[in-house]
Design a protein. Structure first.
Length: 156
């Protein structure tokens, strides 16, 4: 058995670094960037809005950070089943000498609303890159305390 075969048998990932370097160079020549830079570029261009949901002053509130989008690019929907969906799409055109580029990014997030949310009261506002969706919550007349009922067990 050749010495290299023994080494590779006990260090199976030894050639991995050379493969990674080759792949990184190939991507660099094609896209002008290596694997780490390509991953960073993809993250920057993806639309995954940060979202907060909370209750305040008898309202259920959803806030989504969507910088750079206008109301024409965003859609807010509530269906009969009580599912709130926020979706959006961005498009960026870039033209340089000898290069034309069109990028599109889209997102869609959905939530099952609490049962006590009044679906007909949904209001949405967009200010400084933050979409705020506010819905009223039904007020309970009297706080119901859970009751217990004893159940007798019959023997057959």
């Amino acid at each position: 058995m050749h010495r290299y075969d023994l080494v590779s048998m006990f260090r199976p990932f030894e050639g991995r670094q050379a493969f990674d370097e080759f792949f990184d160079q190939a991507l660099s020549s094609i896209f002008g960037m290596g694997v780490p830079a390509l991953k960073d570029k993809i993250k920057q261009k993806s639309l995954y809005p940060k979202v907060d949901t909370y209750c305040k002053d008898d309202n259920f509130i959803v806030e989504a950070a969507i910088p750079g989008l206008t109301e024409e690019h965003v859609k807010v929907e509530v269906d009969d089943a009580g599912i709130l969906t926020i979706s959006g799409e961005a498009q960026e055109k870039r033209e340089e000498e000898g290069l034309r580029e069109l990028r599109r990014s889209a997102f869609s997030r959905s939530w099952q609303l609490p049962k006590n949310v009044k679906k007909e009261t949904v209001k949405a506002t967009l200010k400084s890159g933050v979409l705020k969706v506010v819905m009223e919550v039904e007020k309970k007349e009297k706080e119901e305390t859970p009751t217990k009922k004893s159940v007798s067990i019959s023997v057959e």
